[in-house]
Design a protein around this ligand. Structure first.
Ligand code: ATP
Ligand code: MG
Length: 393
């Protein structure tokens, strides 16, 4: 049956060296995402990537993986046949009958990149349509405007390909094209989506999670581990997670700082730590799941005061989104059900009854003066645990 998947990529705006970097990375990422399936050679050829598949079960598994590889515009299960009009016609009949078993209207569209092939694209389309007519019943009709099915024929140097479907790919850029960033990953609904959006633009991500054991449970940490495993399905590679020991920082804040500034100062500490880890790991930005106005610590005043501790770009891909929109993506990328497991994180556990909605930078600095900031940071980093996580299917 269908012996391969034909991948089209979004090469818009890519030229010269960038384009070959993009394609090489994409081929590598596809190959890696299929690493535990039967071995095969993924090849790239003039605007297409070809992935061989072995039978229906393998087709389903392969498609499932390839749908999650960023940088792909669409994926088509395709037949490969001899560059011979008879064989192409027979292939078109098969694709048509598969797509419309009850009959319906169709149109043949041809692209010919093999300029040595004796017929032009319109001639190929006409002859294939005529062949199809001679070989199917009258429940099938040709129709140029809005046909039920467009059968696509590509005559290329390596062979002829016939397909009837363009399954949407994950779009975006291949992971690894866009440098590295750390994502502050809480276990809530938002930050896993923020990390997914980073990967979608080609960025390699590492998770940073602040853990306040025993105030927060092992289950809260497990949630974050499971979220990273979901991420790994999109990155096609292991995800590195830094579980930062945050307990003594929270205790110190509670003992030394006014309650209403607790969240502000805690988040300033988180950014300091994320920046330090980013430097250690060669990452150039910090991503968070913040969205303006969602909670007390996400007013502009709050962001201004919190952000002040770092010069590193802090990227907030969800900044203009509503909770509903974020939840929709979370469901689509399979992080939602993990995120709604009920375990508390370190933010909720010390949440004061009246957090400051408009914290002032100078006030926060003054209140922090009582803390041994460098000492606390060093201790937290020393006790940080690094995990390498991958989905075991
Ligand atoms: P989320 O749904 O991602 O938890 P949120 O709406 O609960 O976000 P906040 O609690 O204000 O919002 O956190 C804002 C952002 O700060 C999070 O999206 C995340 O990037 C980061 N963050 C919060 N808590 C933690 C934590 N324990 N570990 C790592 N990052 C955190
Ligand atoms: Mg949260």
């Amino acid at each position: 049956m269908y012996k391969l998947l034909m991948v089209k990529y979004g090469e818009l705006g890519l030229k010269g060296k960038n384009k070959s970097l993009f394609i090489n990375k994409l081929v590598k990422n596809i190959q890696r995402s299929l690493a535990d399936l039967p071995e095969r050679q993924v090849t790239s050829t003039w605007g297409r990537i070809l992935i061989p598949v072995y039978g229906e079960g393998d087709m389903a598994d392969t498609l499932e993986r390839v749908k999650r590889v960023f940088g792909i515009y669409s994926i088509s299960p395709a037949l490969e046949v001899e560059k011979d009009m008879e064989a192409i016609g027979a292939g078109a009949v098969q694709v048509l009958k598969d797509a419309l078993p009850q009959g319906g209207s169709f149109k043949i569209e041809t692209r010919r990149s093999d300029k040595t092939f004796p017929l032009t694209s319109p001639e190929i389309s006409q002859q294939v349509a005529a062949f199809v007519f001679r070989n199917v019943g009258e429940e099938y009709v040709a129709q140029m405007q809005n046909p039920d099915k467009i059968i696509q024929v590509e005559v290329r140097n390596e062979g002829a390909y016939i397909y009837g479907e363009n399954i949407p790919g994950a779009k975006g850029m291949p992971v690894g094209c866009g440098g590295k960033a750390v994502v502050m990953l809480s276990g809530g609904i938002d930050s896993p989506v923020a990390g997914w959006m980073a990967m979608k633009r080609g960025v390699t991500v590492e998770g940073v999670h602040f853990h306040s054991y025993p105030f927060t449970s092992e289950r809260a940490k497990e949630k974050v581990i499971d979220l990273c495993k979901e991420w790994s399905k999109w990155s096609g590679n292991k995800i590195i997670l830094h579980v930062v020991y945050f307990t003594n920082i929270q205790k110190a804040i509670r003992a030394n700082c006014p309650e209403e500034y607790g969240i502000t100062i805690m988040r300033r500490m988180m950014f300091r730590l994320a920046e330090r880890i980013a430097h250690q790991r060669g990452a150039l930005a910090i991503y968070t799941g913040e969205s303006v106005g969602q909670v007390a610590s996400q007013t502009l005043e709050s962001m201004y005061t919190i952000n002040n501790v770092t010069n590193m770009p802090v990227l907030r891909p969800l900044v203009g989104m509503d909770k509903e929109e974020i939840m929709e993506i979370a469901r689509k990328i399979d992080t939602y059900d993990i995120s709604i497991r009920p375990y508390e994180d370190c933010c909720t556990i010390f949440l004061p009854p009246h957090p400051k909605i408009r914290p002032r930078l100078e006030a926060a600095k003054e209140m922090e003066a009582k803390l041994d900031i460098e000492g606390l940071i060093d201790e937290a980093l020393e006790k940080t645990e690094i995990l390498y996580l991958q989905q075991e299917d």
